[in-house]
Design a protein around this ligand. Structure first.
Ligand SMILES: [Zn+2]
Length: 235
């Protein structure tokens, strides 16, 4: 049998287009997975900062409660001081009040620091929420875009698969069997052009006999890489 090199050129072109389309089809879900990964990171960051904020708030509340207890105790001590009967007791109470005031002042400073920290954390929580919302929005837009593209690509694949079937009719007999075996696993790598007596698939030089057979439009497989060879159009 003879095979016009135009038929093989066309067959290879369809394989390449199909390979390209399948590659594009596979990229979509990978982009979506990457977007979902980004969103998960932002959500984890948000959860972390919220937890820190909650713990800081609990600590501030505890310290404020503690501060109120200390203030009540100071009032008690002050009342005792005002009604105390002896110098010794007066002296003890005065020292106690001074020590308590010192401790209360330290506690009040700690509370102030915690409240300032809470203001910063509130801003960080708001920012983390914005990141999550923006990431969620862009993921939804990406999913929509990928789905729309996939529908177009799948339609092109269906059309090209029909073209491929038609183009494959140029191959019959043993050549068809061998080609089918190659095409199943290698797709566009089942064919290669011969440029200046070199297989473009593996860059090995073909024999003069192979070249002559190609010129006679016979089916020739590369001895090195196994691809079905063809001469460029117009050669
Ligand atoms: Zn080769």
């Amino acid at each position: 049998m003879t095979i016009a090199s135009e038929a093989l050129v066309r067959l290879h072109r369809i394989h390449r287009q199909l390979g390209d389309l399948r590659g594009r089809l596979a990229r979509g879900p990978k982009q979506v997975a990457a977007g979902a990964g980004n969103l998960a990171e932002f959500e984890a960051e948000q959860a972390k900062i919220k937890e820190v904020r909650t713990k800081t708030k609990i600590l501030a509340d505890e310290k404020q409660l503690h501060l109120r207890q200390r203030e009540i105790r100071l009032e008690d001590l002050q009342a005792k001081l005002n009604s105390c009967g002896s110098n010794r007791e007066y002296q003890m109470l005065t020292e106690q009040i001074a020590a308590d005031r010192q401790a209360t002042s330290v506690l009040a400073d700690e509370i102030l620091e915690l409240l300032e920290r809470l203001d910063v954390l509130d801003a960080e929580v708001a920012q983390a929420e914005q990141h999550v919302a923006a990431s969620r929005e862009s993921l939804a837009a990406l999913q929509e875009k990928v789905a729309a593209e996939a529908a177009l690509i799948e339609a092109d694949i269906t059309r090209l698969a029909a073209d491929l079937k038609e183009a494959e009719k140029a191959l019959t007999g043993d050549v068809r069997v061998e080609y089918n075996r190659l095409a199943r696993t290698r797709g566009e790598d089942s064919l290669a052009e011969v440029d200046d007596q070199v297989c473009v698939g593996c860059f090995q030089t073909i024999t003069p006999q192979m070249y002559n057979e190609l010129k006679l439009q016979k089916a020739v497989f590369c001895k090195s890489c196994g691809r079905l060879l063809y001469l460029p159009e117009g050669s």
